[in-house]
Design a protein around this ligand. Structure first.
Ligand code: SF4
Length: 401
């Protein structure tokens, strides 16, 4: 089922709203609520407005981050209804990477021109599972976050890759600690709706309470940590919730200027998940959500993952994105293993066919680089070595994929 059916609004109202857009200025909540429901007839005009806003912000280029995916542990204390990543201890595929495994993957990625080490992991599994406490004790760490911090430091010290951790909810203290060993970090807000449709996404996921996630994002803002967040489309939220979630992100960014990237990510159904029978949001819903995100956040980086909209992902380039997110020439998307990333040469060709140049960025976006580089230490040294004059990756490895 889907709760987000698109009810067209009268043709003239969307056309009028689009005509009233002032370049560089965000649209209002009321305009966003109308435009996200626009009819198929109005969709081309909405996309044209979003693409124009993107071109005003960052003309001619769409970026991506060449990364390795490091699933440090897939044990997790949450049970999100759409997740295929998480495991319980003893379940087939349950695994916590050793330091040797982390380093081997990072070094292999380094050889392929990767510049990001994305650490994705379950949220605080040791709070639920004695087996994880035992694994951590064996490795010599008090918690998953202590282990993550050490592995970020290891990758930073031993390779040219820059860590970008994605470990779930974080306290202010942990944001500060991880910021010492990574130039940016992330936490999907997903939605501001605390009461999604029942028997679905967040019924058994204590770390997905929107207020808790907003607090982590705000704590990062207080510390000026470049932060990636985003909205999940199709998890039982209403169309209004998509707009409200984007507005909550905008409000935090206006206060702290630290949101480096907003991901607009679509739910994909998979056979073994509780939400296996849910209807996936269609391309039209995604195009509307991305375009409205661009118009609500005209001066912010907007990303949509290409593998989750294959084979039509290049249409998202016409909806106002300026980034494809992390794409790996080496490791699978462990969160969506059945949706392989496009070959980077194909991504380049399809990006160019839409009129854009594909450029490789670092995990931290160029406009956020100076604040991180200003802090002396190993992280600053590694960033200076990796960044070109324009703040993107100094070595552009696209053609060797
Ligand atoms: S989506 Fe993240 S928090 Fe939710 S179950 Fe999967 S790993 Fe855990």
């Amino acid at each position: 089922m889907t709760l987000a059916a698109i009810t067209p609004v009268p043709l003239t109202s969307c056309a009028t709203l689009l005509a009233e857009i002032r370049p560089g200025e965000p649209i209002s909540r009321a305009a966003a609520l109308a435009l996200i429901r626009c009819s198929d007839d109005d969709l081309p005009a909405l996309l044209a407005a979003a693409r124009a806003a993107k071109e005003r912000f960052k003309p001619g280029v769409i970026t991506y981050s060449r990364k390795v995916f490091l699933p440090l542990t897939n044990l997790c204390r949450d049970y999100c209804g759409y997740c295929t990543f998480r495991r319980d201890p003893g379940e087939a595929g349950a695994h916590t990477m050793t330091p040797d495994e982390v380093l081997a993957v990072a070094r292999a990625g380094e050889k392929l021109g990767c510049t990001e080490a994305l650490f994705s992991l379950g949220d605080k599994p040791e709070l639920l599972f004695p087996e994880m406490r035992e694994t951590l004790r064996h490795l010599g760490y008090k918690s998953t976050l202590h282990y993550l911090e050490a592995m970020c430091e290891l990758v930073l010290r031993e390779t040219s890759l820059l860590p970008h951790p994605n470990p779930g909810l974080l306290s202010a203290e942990w944001i500060a600690r991880l910021a010492e060993v990574s130039p940016s970090m992330g936490l999907m807000l997903e939605t501001t709706n605390p009461a999604l449709a029942p028997s679905a996404a967040h019924d058994n996921a204590p770390d997905k309470v929107p207020a808790k996630r907003l607090r982590t994002i705000e704590d990062a803002g207080r510390q000026h940590v470049p932060f990636t967040t985003g909205v999940l489309i199709g998890i039982g939220e209403l169309l209004e919730d998509r707009v409200e979630t984007l507005l909550a992100i905008r409000e935090l960014h206006e206060r702290y200027r630290h949101i480096q990237e907003v991901i607009v990510q679509n739910f994909r159904a998979k056979p073994a998940i509780p939400m296996a029978t849910w209807t996936e949001p269609g391309l039209g819903e995604m195009l509307r959500a991305v375009a409205v995100a661009r118009l609500l956040l005209p001066g912010m980086n907007i990303q949509a993952p290409p593998n989750l909209s294959a084979p039509y992902y290049d249409e998202l380039a016409d909806a106002g994105i300026n980034d494809w997110g992390g794409v790996s020439p080496l490791t699978p998307d462990y969160i969506n293993p059945e949706k392989p990333w496009p070959h980077l040469e194909e991504l380049r060709l399809r990006t160019e066919a839409r009129g854009f140049t594909l450029r490789q960025r670092l995990p931290v976006y160029p406009e956020f680089l100076p604040g991180v580089v200003a802090r002396p230490g190993l992280l600053s040294e590694k960033l200076r070595a990796a960044a070109g004059d324009d703040g993107l990756a100094k070595v552009q490895a696209v053609r060797t994929a």
